[in-house]
Design a protein around this ligand. Structure first.
Ligand SMILES: NC(=O)c1ccc[n+]([C@@H]2O[C@H](COP(=O)([O-])OP(=O)(O)OC[C@H]3O[C@@H](n4cnc5c(N)ncnc54)[C@H](OP(=O)(O)O)[C@@H]3O)[C@@H](O)[C@H]2O)c1
Length: 281
């Protein structure tokens, strides 16, 4: 049985490869990267590396030859993502891959979340392809809050405009382990996994930060406009601040409030608490 992880240079994919080694022989793991220079680090770990770019379909068809199961980590290039993902799905099918784990977004088929359309599109292509699949619908990475949590560590209040909206945060390491378990077949078999932790508000995130840091953390609920201004004042580029406020609106509208115990079931344990991560920022 051959397992392949796409774009292993990515943070989540790299962590998934590390976990996969605990479940299947290293000699059964293949990874793709975009260039020879990026291949070396993985070859040094004893992994088979194939060069493939999501924008180059023939490279993908070749890379997927002889592979049974693939972890397809979504691309971070939002401008061309739909085309990239279409290439990947068509190549998986042409190469005869039996099973794909696709890293998707919460409630992707019905959500108006800012990032959902590409994931809905990709899930649909996979469903239509006839391949067996598992959609690992990751909720929000706690790591997405690093900028604000750093400011909090420096004494700023936790500022947000998402109101009482709740987010099912989990750490990247847990999402990566879950993806590896699903790929290796050491998780309950489902076609859709809604992966995330307990839903929490920003008020509750502040309480968690307070406990982790051992000191008071004030909250600062503001309007969307004030939220953008605060981020820019703290040093975030305007474009990133404007994307963050779209996410704040989505959170306020409940789009990341997708509670599920799938992550706990896949990991066979509770998702990791956040204290250590917050202290390490
Ligand atoms: N749920 C959430 O909170 C959340 C937050 C952020 C992102 N995401 C999604 O989760 C994915 C994984 O997150 P991450 O933190 O691991 O992202 P990341 O570290 O930025 O990794 C993204 C990967 O996409 C690869 N890539 C970009 N264009 C490509 C192409 N044309 N062909 C092949 N590979 C290409 C990159 O390859 P190179 O190294 O060669 O550039 C990189 O390996 C992201 O890509 C995004 O879709 C989810």
């Amino acid at each position: 049985m051959k397992y392949l992880v796409t774009s292993a240079t990515g943070d989540l994919a790299g962590r998934a490869v590390k976990h996969l080694k605990n479940f299947v022989p290293v000699s059964d793991i293949v990874v793709t990267v975009r260039s020879e220079e990026k291949a070396k680090a993985f070859r040094d770990q004893g992994l088979e590396v194939r060069i493939a770019d999501f924008l180059d379909k023939p490279s993908l068809v070749e890379a997927f030859q002889g592979i049974n199961r693939v972890l397809f980590v979504s691309s971070n290039d939002l401008a061309t993502r739909k085309q990239q993902h279409q290439n990947v799905v068509e190549a998986l099918k042409e190469a005869g891959v039996e099973y794909v784990v696709y890293m998707s977004a919460p409630n992707a088929q019905n959500s108006t979340l800012v990032v959902a359309p590409d994931h809905k599109f990709t899930e649909q292509l996979i469903m239509e392809s006839g391949m067996d699949y598992g959609f690992a619908r990751n909720n929000w990475y706690l790591e997405n809050e690093v900028f604000m949590l750093k400011a909090v560590k420096n004494g700023a209040p936790l500022t947000y405009s998402a109101g009482d909206g709740r987010v099912c945060y989990a750490l990247k390491e847990d999402y990566a382990e879950a993806a590896a378990r699903i790929l290796a077949g050491v998780a309950p078999k489902q076609s859709i996994y809604e992966l995330g932790g307990e839903p929490i508000t920003y008020e509750q995130l502040a309480q968690i930060a307070e406990r982790a840091l051992g000191r008071e953390v004030k909250t600062n609920p503001v309007s969307d406009e004030e939220f953008v201004n605060t981020l820019v004042e703290l040093g975030l580029p305007k474009e990133a601040a404007q994307f963050s406020v779209i996410v704040q609106k989505d959170i306020r509208n409940g789009l990341l409030d997708v509670p599920s115990d799938d992550l706990e079931k896949v990991l066979g344990r509770k998702p990791a608490p956040f204290d250590e991560f917050i202290r390490s920022i």
